[in-house]
Design a binder for this molecule. Structure first.
Ligand code: SOE
Length: 384
């Protein structure tokens, strides 16, 4: 059987992760496309890419490419994904799926009409113990979920001299921390509990009002930059507090921040149900905490021998051999490429699709409006 071929758009930190996971999933990285050809040429060898395309039409003309991975800045996700779909390619797109729900809806409808496989990179779901958490909640292990609480905290944008394209609303969109990392938490809460947000009350804040932007581009998470800088006024959220209603039955509380010193990339989530609770932290990603009222609490380690079938399927190493961030992409891609091999999306895809990406954009729309209007806002899910 010939290996499937992929092209990766974007050669930054996340683009490299995609290429790495693709190689491990047995997918041939046919080529890469970057916004700066020289940098793309430098990165191509490390990414195992055979060629460097000059532009998107050249990429889409490559017969070796069946799947396009979009890891470019948010503002070009829609146009690049739509072009790939029009050219008959399957698409894996980074989050947030698009800048707004109108574009997300167009992307979903186009992918459905073309019959191509479509996925959005909510990779956090693929920590095996989080698949286990979802399976246990579905099986009633905690009873009806009541309170879903947590945080997603980072510190890489703490200082006025920290810079990345995500700070530019023209490239990243009008929501920043919420769209960049809050989107992961919101997706995870829905994945684990099966519940949808119905209403939000959002309080967004820009603490660093003025930043010193380097005049040359900077890599994501780059700690230092020596070159020239210019002052820019900031408008997007460094941090956010969200109250969430999941229908009548459940409530959520979420803190999001990219300015929390010492928190490098810390996601925490707890689901308190009517009978029991479970919790997870990315700082101890191999463990799931299970909380009980009438017996000692438990700590379940990621050991395929101790996991149910869903979680076992996305676990890669034996217990005690730590898996991490990189394997979450591998788990996601293995499932996407099973559908690619079958020629199209399965009835119930085992990975997040553009529909999940669009769901995130609908919630983000309500967050934006709630913060602007200072009130609870219902999530509107439009079909057209
Ligand atoms: C930067 O905040 C970032 O790279 C996000 O864009 C990713 O989605 C997250 O996984 C890690 O942090």
């Amino acid at each position: 059987m010939t290996r499937p071929g992929a092209a990766v758009i974007g050669v930054g930190f996340i683009g490299e992760l995609h290429a790495d996971a693709l190689r491990r999933a047995g997918v041939h990285v046919a080529g890469v496309l970057g916004s700066r050809p020289e940098r793309a040429r430098e990165k191509a060898a490390r990414m195992g890419a055979e060629r460097v395309y000059n532009d998107l039409p050249e990429l889409l003309a490559d017969p070796d490419v069946q799947v396009v991975h979009v890891t470019s800045p948010n503002h070009v996700h829609a146009e690049q994904a739509l072009a790939a779909i029009e050219a008959g390619r399957h698409v894996v797109c980074e989050k947030p799926l698009a800048l707004d729900a109108a574009d997300g809806l167009r992307m979903l409808r186009a992918a459905e009409a073309a019959g191509v496989v479509h996925a959005v990179c909510f990779n956090i779901r693929f920590y095996p113990v989080l698949h286990e958490a979802a399976a246990r909640v579905r099986a009633g292990a905690v009873g009806a979920p009541r309170l879903i609480s947590g945080h997603y905290l980072q510190d890489w944008l703490l200082r006025a001299t920290d810079w990345n394209w995500r700070l530019d609303p023209a490239q990243a969109g009008s929501l920043r921390a919420v769209a960049d990392i809050g989107s992961h938490w919101l997706d995870l809460a829905r994945f684990v509990t099966g519940l949808q947000v119905t209403e939000v009350l959002a309080d967004l804040h820009t603490f660093v009002r003025r930043r010193l932007r380097p005049t040359a581009p900077v890599e994501t998470f780059a700690a230092t930059h020596e070159g020239e800088r210019e002052a820019v006024e900031m408008s997007t959220d460094d941090a956010a507090g969200l109250l969430l209603r999941y229908g009548e039955a459940a409530r959520g509380v979420l803190t999001i921040s990219q300015v929390s010193a010492g928190r490098k990339n810390t996601l925490g989530i707890e689901v308190d149900g009517a009978d029991a609770a479970l919790a997870w932290s990315s700082e101890a990603a191999e463990q799931l905490w299970l909380g009980h009222r009438d017996r000692p609490n438990e700590r379940l380690w990621r050991d395929p021998a101790l996991l149910g079938p869903d979680a076992r399927r996305v676990a890669h190493y034996p217990g005690g051999h730590a898996e991490g961030f990189a394997e979450t992409f591998l788990g996601l891609f293995e499932r996407v490429y099973a559908d690619v091999a079958a020629g199209g999306p399965s009835a119930d895809p085992a990975y997040p699709t553009f529909a999940d990406g669009l769901e995130g954009l609908f919630v983000e729309e309500a967050i934006r409006r709630s913060d602007a209007e200072g009130r609870w806002v219902s999530v509107e899910r439009r079909k057209e």
